[in-house]
Design a binder for this molecule. Structure first.
Ligand SMILES: Cc1cc2nc3c(=O)[nH]c(=O)nc-3n(C[C@H](O)[C@H](O)[C@H](O)COP(=O)(O)OP(=O)(O)OC[C@H]3O[C@@H](n4cnc5c(N)ncnc54)[C@H](O)[C@@H]3O)c2cc1C
Length: 288
């Protein structure tokens, strides 16, 4: 489903990426995507399309919309899934991290339709092929402005500080082990060398060393980069809940028993103040 005041070229983009049918819901009420209106648009689309499975992304909007959509459809939601499969009866098997990321649980969705939200970054879109063809079905959702029960009173733009953590393919993250805000400058330099972004543990954010928007974890952001470099981070389960699905974790920690090494593909046991400059120097040599 595509929803907005005007769907425009997005339908063709979705088809190029593999959609066979695009359901387009157009309404001025959908400007700025208020969750109430998006739930109404999605429910109308389900009524038209009659799917067996409804998938959404666990983005900020998806966190709001998907549980309400499931409730409206009289079914249950498997939230924050990292992989999906079908059982022999064609029922959805949804795998999702549980216990703060310490275990994976696979649930069989018995409701109809099955509704699940996927953690962003866990599946790759097909390569765009402009030659692909598909249908665009206009859904008349007749969304009345009165369905929107929230009102934006102010919009505050956060100063753009480079790449968003959620979009970064490389993240260099710092924790309490850095000892203060200054070392984050070294992390910024390393991140920019690798074309990535800087993240942090809650301890570093709570200490005021970096803004809370940097926080990765259970109560912070969920990220799925190709490479996650954790510097002076112990690897508490609440932190790992936000980054355990990174393709590769590299840990720099002076404590050989630190939990982070259980998840790390590569680990350096040592003082970050010595390891990080040497690492950056090697990188410079490789990239120059
Ligand atoms: C409900 C709840 C939600 C939470 N949500 C989150 C969350 O979203 N994100 C999150 O991060 N945390 C979260 N936490 C907090 C979490 O439990 C940890 O307290 C926190 O992640 C610890 O941060 P840290 O690893 O930076 O600090 P610490 O646990 O103190 O670890 C610091 C590490 O740095 C290493 N170190 C010290 N000096 C050096 C040095 N010179 N060189 C190299 N290594 C060094 C130490 O060996 C240690 O392993 C949550 C907790 C609760 C209860």
């Amino acid at each position: 489903m595509l929803a907005g005041p005007s769907v425009g070229d997005a339908a063709q983009t979705a088809i190029a990426h593999g959609a066979e049918v695009v359901y387009a819901v157009e309404s001025p009420v959908l400007a700025d995507a208020p969750p109430d209106a998006v739930v109404a648009a999605a429910a109308a689309t389900v009524a038209v399309a009659g799917p067996r499975i409804v998938l959404g992304a666990k983005t900020l909007l998806g966190r709001d919309v998907m549980p309400r959509l499931a409730f409206r459809l009289g079914t249950a939601l498997a939230s924050d899934c990292t992989s999906l499969a079908l059982d022999a009866d064609g029922r959805l098997l949804a795998t999702r991290p549980t216990y703060g990321g310490n275990a994976d649980a696979t649930v069989r969705c018995l409701g109809t339709p099955a509704v699940a939200s996927l953690r962003p970054g866990t599946v790759d879109a097909l390569e765009a092929d402009p030659a692909r063809t598909g249908d665009v079905v206009a859904v008349d959702a007749a969304i009345d402005a009165s369905v929107v029960r929230t009102r934006s009173v102010e919009r505050v733009e956060q100063a753009a500080e480079g790449l968003r953590l959620e979009d970064a393919r490389v993240i260099v993250s710092g924790g309490r082990g850095l000892g203060g805000p200054e070392p984050f400058e070294q992390l910024e330099a390393l991140a920019s060398l690798l074309g990535g972004a800087v993240g942090a543990s809650r301890a570093a954010c709570d200490a005021g060393w970096v803004p809370t928007s940097y926080q990765v974890g259970l109560t912070g952001k969920t990220v799925t980069p190709e490479l996650y470099i954790a510097v002076g981070i112990s690897g508490a389960s609440q932190h790992m809940a936000g980054c355990a699905n990174a393709k590769a974790i590299v840990a720099i920690n002076k404590d050989a028993g630190a939990n982070i090494f259980k998840d790390a593909r590569f680990g350096v046991i040592g003082d970050w103040a010595k390891v990080l400059p040497a690492f950056a120097e090697q990188l410079h040599e490789l990239l120059d």
